[in-house]
Design a protein around this ligand. Structure first.
Ligand code: DX5
Ligand code: ZN
Length: 231
């Protein structure tokens, strides 16, 4: 996939119907999702549990766009190969998940997949300065990771602006995750973000039997975000 900074919407399937992932993935893609965001949680780095590699492998054949796997697990290195083999197009690891984030990014790249580094709300932008020549994406968390449906933390806007400056001309995406809505999306896009994860704001009010609501929700986020680019 060629690099560009157009606004991309990445619904998090953490907010999907857990008994119906294949149909949910098809529904969000049919309704305009650009990427599919998979939140992996271990009950240790974050206080919630979600998907092991077999679950991610089961999602894979349903994803026609780009499968972005957000690992909220510690340790992370022992599981990178398994999530790459499960079919991730990009693997994102948290800087806070261990002492050797540089080694972790090397291990992700060694699997031949794209690599992202994620920052919790309390972690400064400068922490990733020496990773910028290795990564394909920086993920700025705008909630404390672990759950969908939390309130957007506004300090992520200024952090995004700093990271966008640090990136310069490098082909690196900035992804925002947590509390993204039509109200908050323009704030982070104006600051330099291009990939917007949204769980509750995409899935709310819809279902696989009523998927056009997903489309309306995705279009509302995209329109608000794109207005911040042009206006
Ligand atoms: C939080 C996850 C997010 C979450 C976003 O730990 O990484 O991807 O599902 O959910 P909303 O959009 O509901 O804040
Ligand atoms: Zn996420």
């Amino acid at each position: 996939m060629a690099f560009d900074r157009s606004v991309k919407i990445a619904p998090s399937i953490l907010s999907a119907d857990f008994a119906n992932f294949g149909a949910e993935i098809r529904a969000i893609e049919d309704q305009g999702a650009d990427w599919v965001h998979v939140d992996v949680m271990d009950g240790h780095f974050v206080p919630n549990l979600t998907f092991g590699p077999p679950a991610v492998a089961a999602f894979r054949p349903h994803v026609k766009t780009f499968m972005d796997v957000h690992l909220m697990i510690a340790p992370v290195d022992p599981y990178i190969e398994a999530y790459a083999k499960a079919g991730a197009d990009m693997i994102t690891a948290h800087l806070e998940a261990g002492p050797h984030i540089h080694r972790t990014i090397q291990a992700i790249k060694a699997q031949g997949v794209k690599a992202g580094v994620s920052l919790n709300p309390g972690t400064p932008a400068e922490a990733i300065e020496y990773l910028l020549d290795m990564v394909d994406m920086v993920l700025v968390m705008t909630v404390n990771p672990g759950f969908g449906g939390q309130k957007f933390i506004h300090s992520g806007i200024e952090k995004t602006r700093k990271i966008r400056q640090m990136i310069g001309d490098r082909p690196i995406h900035i992804q925002i995750d947590g509390g993204v809505t039509p109200e908050t999306a323009p704030l982070v896009v104006e600051a330099g973000a291009d990939v917007l994860v949204a769980g509750s704001a995409v899935f709310k009010g819809g279902s696989v039997d009523n998927p056009q609501v997903y489309g309306e929700n995705i279009r509302a986020i995209r329109a608000a975000a794109e207005a911040a680019r042009t206006g």
